[in-house]
Design a protein around this ligand. Structure first.
Ligand code: EPU
Length: 339
């Protein structure tokens, strides 16, 4: 374990933004993490996992801790004939973990194939796609208290998961570092979920009538590849904004002026509107301002065409936010963490 100085973070964030860490250390064990957190004189540490949900707009003038804890283990006492409980270290790549499950026919995460990032950050924003959210397969997680250095377990209820939201983004923000996540996955009688729009169509086009986990995963991968840019090719952080949720009255006013607005009811008197549609209607889809741009196949994704600075991408985000607000009267809120 070596503390380095003035390290570029471009390889550690999927936007590929070239800002520098004053100090940088990569930790591979819990002991190393505890030792680093106990160090004095480096200020409040900045923890980075897969770097897939952040926009870095400036140099990080403190110690950056790269969480590189690895390992997947079956927790036998918690598992049964029906369910397997896996404990997955925070530094495992999310998609590689999904492929591990698909290969062994463990069901529950196949709809979450190809999401960038690491396992440790998945509970923070309750990642989700194609009708499934992390909370649906979450058993518990282990997290280190940054101040006391004690390891604590969090149950499903304690995480208070919501749409791209959890206790780790709210009451407990910056207080804990998630070191491992436990997933409860099915060993048989899998709940195959194909109702989310494009999955059923993709399977039908391939003449697959009774899909298993592998087929669903393949379909999701094909759909994502068709509209979401690969961060290794074009820097991005997935959806930049959350889909706004409005009340019925606001929706009625909006749909009177814009009858084509797509929407999804998400509870009593609550309607979710795709931010991608709002941004496309506002004229930004496929637009480019220097190296900062809006993806041409999915307007919710901001991209770095090469050498955009975090500041340039942030200015574009603010421009989009202001235009959407002026046209539709709705303020869209970033989903990514901006530093
Ligand atoms: N739409 C447009 N133009 C666009 C993009 C979308 O009009 O450029 C409209 C279309 O009507 C489309 C609807 O928006 O039918 C929904 O689009 P899509 O199915 O692509 O989903 P999304 O709501 O834009 C969300 C998640 C994605 C996730 C997909 C699929 C959020 C913020 N984003 O996007 O998650 O992959 O659903 O489940 O909830 C991420 O969080 O990084 C992410 C990629």
């Amino acid at each position: 374990m070596e503390i380095q100085e003035h390290i570029s973070l471009s390889a550690y964030n999927t936007f590929g933004i070239d800002v520098k860490a004053r100090y940088f250390v990569s930790v591979t064990t819990l002991d190393e993490l505890q030792a680093v957190l106990a160090l004095e004189g480096y200020g409040k540490p900045f923890v980075i996992g897969g770097g897939s949900n952040m926009l870095l707009t400036q140099d990080i003038d403190c110690l950056v801790i790269h969480l590189n804890l690895k390992g997947i283990t079956i927790i036998s006492p918690l598992s049964s004939e029906q369910t397997v409980v896996l404990e997955v270290a925070a530094g495992e790549n999310w998609h590689e973990f999904v492929m591990y499950c698909v290969d062994r026919d463990y069901g529950g995460v196949e709809n979450l194939s190809l999401i960038p990032g690491n396992v440790g950050t998945s509970p923070i924003q309750n990642i989700g796609a194609y009708g499934v959210e992390l909370k649906d397969v979450f058993h518990s997680c282990l997290a280190l208290d940054r101040t006391t250095l004690q390891l604590r377990e969090f149950t499903l209820n304690e995480c208070a998961f919501g749409y791209r939201d959890s206790v780790f983004k709210n009451e407990l923000k910056d207080q804990y570092i998630i070191t491992a996540v436990r997933f409860a996955l099915s060993r048989k009688d899998h709940k195959i979920q194909t109702t989310y729009g494009a999955i059923a169509d993709t399977l039908a086009a391939a003449h697959i009538t009774s899909p298993g986990i592998k087929e669903v995963s393949k379909a999701v991968i094909a759909i994502r590849q068709s509209k979401l840019p690969d961060p290794a090719v074009l820097g991005n952080s997935g959806s930049f904004f959350k889909n706004p949720v409005v009340d019925q009255t606001t929706f009625d006013t909006l749909s009177a002026s814009f009858p084509d607005v797509p929407f999804y009811p998400v509870g009593q008197n609550k309607i979710k509107i795709p931010a991608g549609w709002l941004i496309e209607q506002a004229g930004f889809k496929g637009k480019r301002f220097g190296d900062a741009g809006v993806h041409d196949k999915q307007a919710l994704v901001l991209v770095n065409h090469g050498n955009a600075s975090g500041q340039e991408i942030w200015e574009l985000a603010l421009k989009i936010q202001a235009k959407v607000a002026s046209i539709f009267g709705i303020t869209i809120i970033p989903e990514v963490n901006v530093f």
